[in-house]
Ligand binder design. Structure first.
Ligand SMILES: NC(=O)C1=CN([C@@H]2O[C@H](COP(=O)(O)OP(=O)(O)OC[C@H]3O[C@@H](n4cnc5c(N)ncnc54)[C@H](OP(=O)(O)O)[C@@H]3O)[C@@H](O)[C@H]2O)C=CC1
Ligand SMILES: N[C@@H](CCO)C(=O)O
Length: 426
């Protein structure tokens, strides 16, 4: 199996190391020998800590697709457009199997690429694109193939989980912790994709398609990142018995499919709340299997390269499935439910001036919107300065809560925009 590798960064270098270190193991497991015969990167002279001797260098990665010595193409560059997409299209059209770690590409163009793969009768594989080293794509596509899935959710971004747990454990500063995550090779080329929830949404869109047999529909994922999660929210969460995690949730209801990514309060005694650092976890619920949980490192050189190589091994051994578990013409377009329709409990933190009647005014708004309050506490007392009023609601439709928070924000005694975090029902 002669491999062409496009992209020699964190993941590409990891792949080269596995092929170098585990040549015999891979060959014993597949009956094939693996050799990287061609590579592409931006800089030809950069020292990558691995030998590129004997490999053909391409300045234009797309040329890997037409190299007659290349049997399989690994796209490890990234980005939903440009050279990454062009290379995948060219390789599939040339009848060459493609393995990619690129969730942005699959979230935006997944269905069209799957169609192209089917048309050319070649595999398109992407285990590394979702939850790093966890074999969740294989689990969803093959292990759970006998089930109707009702919900799949989890921690899908290692960078955000690393930031949230470091903030919780060390009280450290957001920017400094993000810099650590970048140095460790966890973050995307543009880290705003991580912290603004876009990367988790890319992965969720792929999981939704695998779970429910729908075309990949990234545009209808509701996305909210972690920038506004404050040390105060983390401390209040602890007090109420929760931790804050960025979750991606895809759920099938009678009305359609919910797809949302946002920070969540998760009860401390749940499996998800105990997933720390760069680890990811995915929970998939099927009608026959019930709840299944998968956990592992969600980013970084070794885990991601391990997932890339799992695809390479499957393809070399002739184990091939339709890209999203079913052929594209069997996919069903199921309506997506807007987040305003979401019904759940909410954590709300209000910043108000501590004057007589404030709580009465807040209560009146909640009464008018028929929102019932489970608990409420006020911290700090200073007539001149704003204090925090924190409350947990019973179940309510999100649209009603949003109306209530808009009315409260307009009060004279409001000092800042109310903050709301959804409470996960796990
Ligand atoms: N890092 C991780 O933990 C994970 C990453 N992924 C995905 O894997 C992919 C790669 O990520 P990662 O390795 O972290 O990214 P890096 O930024 O570390 O590496 C990207 C590589 O692509 C090369 N490159 C950029 N533009 C071009 C181009 N036009 N032509 C040829 N090569 C180019 C760069 O070259 P040069 O080195 O010369 O600049 C670099 O070697 C992305 O899709 C990412 O989302 C998925 C799961 C986990
Ligand atoms: N930037 C991603 C890499 C893994 O997909 C993360 O932090 O999870």
């Amino acid at each position: 199996m002669r491999i062409g590798v496009a992209g020699l960064g964190t993941v590409g270098v990891g792949v080269l190391k596995i092929i170098e270190q585990h040549g015999k193991l891979l060959s014993d497991r597949t009956g094939r020998n693996f050799e990287v015969v061609a590579v592409s990167g931006r800089s030809r002279t950069k020292d990558r800590g691995v030998s590129l001797d004997g490999m053909t260098w391409y300045d234009n990665a797309v040329d890997l697709a037409s190299d007659p010595n290349v049997d399989m193409v690994l796209e490890l560059i990234g980005g939903s457009e440009g050279v990454a997409r062009d290379l995948c299209v060219a390789a599939l059209e040339a009848g060459k199997p493609v393995v990619t770690a690129n969730k942005a590409l699959l979230a935006v163009h997944g269905t069209e690429l799957a169609r192209l793969a089917e048309k050319n009768n070649v595999p398109l594989a992407y285990e590394a694109a979702v939850a790093g080293g966890i074999p969740i794509v294989k689990a969803m596509r093959e292990g759970l193939a006998a089930n109707a899935i009702s919900r799949v959710y989890g921690i899908l971004n290692g960078t955000c989980n690393y930031i949230l747990t470091e903030m919780e454990e060390t009280g450290g500063d957001f920017a400094a912790i993000l810099k650590d995550a970048q140095d460790l090779g966890y973050a995307e080329a543009d880290p705003s994709f991580d912290v603004d929830g876009v990367d988790a949404a890319h992965k969720l869109a792929i999981l939704t398609s695998l779970a429910f047999g729908t075309p990949v529909d990234f545009d209808s994922v509701y996305i909210e990142g972690i920038r506004e999660v404050s040390a105060q929210d983390i401390a209040f969460a602890q007090e109420f018995g929760y931790r804050i995690r960025l979750l991606g949730v895809a759920r099938r209801t009678e009305q359609g499919i919910e797809q949302r990514v946002h920070p969540c309060m998760v009860r401390k005694d749940t499996a998800i709340a105990n997933v720390s650092g760069v680890f990811n976890a995915v929970v998939a619920e099927g009608d026959f299997v019930d709840s299944t949980v998968y956990e592992g490192r969600g980013a970084g050189e070794g885990p991601t390269a391990s997932a890339v190589m799992a695809d390479v091994v499957d393809i070399a051994a002739g184990r091939v499935s339709p890209t999203f578990g079913i052929p594209v013409d069997k996919m069903t377009d199921i309506p997506k439910i807007p987040v305003e329709e979401h019904v759940g409990c909410y954590y709300v933190r209000l910043s108000v001036f501590d004057r007589p009647g404030v709580i009465a005014d807040i209560s009146a708004v909640f009464r008018d919107e028929e929102i019932s309050i489970e608990s409420l506490l006020q911290r700090g007392r200073s007539p001149e300065e704003a204090v925090s009023v924190v409350l947990i609601t019973h179940e309510v439709k999100e649209a009603a809560l949003s109306r209530a928070l808009e009315k409260i924000e307009a009060f004279d005694h409001s000092a800042a925009r109310p903050r709301m975090i959804r409470i996960a029902k796990l």
